[in-house]
Design a protein around this ligand. Structure first.
Ligand SMILES: [Zn+2]
Length: 263
C-alpha cells in the first residue's frame, strides 16, 4: 500500500517473465516439431483428429497444425523419404530425378526386393487360383517416365495426359514399389475393363494379402488425381495394405497427405 507504483511494476515484471517463458516454450515446441516431424510420413489417420483446445495451453493448437499445410506445390521428397516402403508419391509430392531404388528381378520385371518377393508370391497365388497374370510394367526410371509422359502429351494434350500419366518424378513406378498387371492373353490391358476380368477381381480381393493395394480406385479421381486403374498395384506391406482396404481410403488419405492436382 505504501508503494503502489513499485508493486505495479513488480506485477508487470512478473507478467513479462511469464509471457516470455510461454513464448520461449512455444518456440521450442514448434521448432522441435518441425525438426522431428517425418514430413509426409505422418502417423496413419484412423479417424478425424480434432485438436483439443484448452484455455491453459492455447499454443498447443498451433503446434498440431499439419506440417504439410504449405501453399507451394509440389514438394520435393528427399532420398530418405523416397526410399520408405510407405512413401506417398502423388501430384503434390515428387521424387528426386536421380532417385534409383535397389532393384530385384521378378517375372520379367524389376522391383524393390521387398515388393519383388511379395509379387512373386502374389503371382503364385493367382496361378493356384487358375489365373494367368503377367507384368505389363514395373520399375520405370525418371528418364523412361519422361518419354512415356511426353508421348502421351503429344497424343492427347497435357490436360488429358495428366489424368492417367504421371509427370516425371511423380510416378510411383520410379519407387520400384508399383506394378501394372494384366491378363497374359493381353485382354483389357491397361483398360478399366481389366477390373471386371477374373484376374482384376481376384487382385481387388487378394492383393492386400500380399501387401499390395489398388492405388487408384474407382471414384477417387479427385483425391488421387488419377483415373481408376485396376491394374496399378502399389506395395506398402501387408499390415498397411489391409488397413487401407479395411478403411476404404486411398493411400494419401490413410497417411493424411495432401493429394489431388499438381497445384
Ligand atoms: Zn502404373
Amino acid at each position: 500500500m505504501k508503494h503502489p507504483r513499485s508493486k505495479k511494476s513488480q506485477l508487470i515484471t512478473i507478467l513479462g517473465i511469464l509471457v516470455s517463458a510461454l513464448l520461449a516454450s512455444y518456440l521450442m515446441i514448434a521448432l522441435h516439431d518441425r525438426v522431428a516431424a517425418p514430413a509426409y510420413q505422418p502417423e496413419p489417420v484412423q479417424d478425424a483428429v480434432t485438436p483439443e483446445i484448452t484455455e491453459e495451453e492455447p499454443e498447443q493448437v498451433e503446434v498440431q497444425k499439419p506440417v504439410t499445410a504449405i501453399s507451394t506445390w509440389p514438394v520435393a521428397l528427399n532420398d530418405e523419404q523416397a526410399s520408405s516402403l510407405t512413401v506417398v508419391v502423388n501430384k503434390k509430392h515428387r521424387l528426386p530425378p536421380d532417385y534409383v531404388p535397389t532393384l530385384k528381378s521378378v517375372s520379367g520385371g524389376q522391383m524393390r526386393p521387398e515388393a519383388a518377393d511379395a509379387l512373386a508370391q502374389l503371382l503364385t497365388g493367382a496361378d493356384a487360383a487358375g489365373l494367368s497374370i503377367k507384368i505389363v510394367s514395373s520399375y520405370r526410371s525418371y528418364s523412361t517416365q519422361t518419354s512415356v509422359y511426353n508421348n502421351y502429351v503429344k497424343q492427347h494434350g497435357q490436360a488429358e495426359a495428366d489424368t492417367f500419366s504421371a509427370r516425371p518424378g511423380h510416378s510411383e513406378h520410379q519407387t520400384g514399389l508399383a506394378v501394372d498387371l494384366g491378363n497374359t492373353n493381353g485382354s483389357c490391358q491397361l483398360e478399366t475393363c481389366f477390373g471386371d476380368s477374373a484376374a482384376g477381381q481376384w487382385l481387388a480381393a487378394h492383393a492386400q494379402d500380399y501387401g499390395f493395394i489398388i492405388r487408384y480406385e474407382k471414384g477417387k479421381d479427385a483425391i488421387t488425381g488419377y483415373q481408376y486403374e485396376p491394374w496399378h498395384l502399389r506395395f506398402v506391406g501387408v499390415s498397411v495394405a489391409k488397413a487401407v482396404v479395411a478403411l476404404g481410403k486411398t493411400l494419401d488419405e490413410y497417411y493424411g497427405v495432401p493429394a489431388g492436382d499438381y497445384q
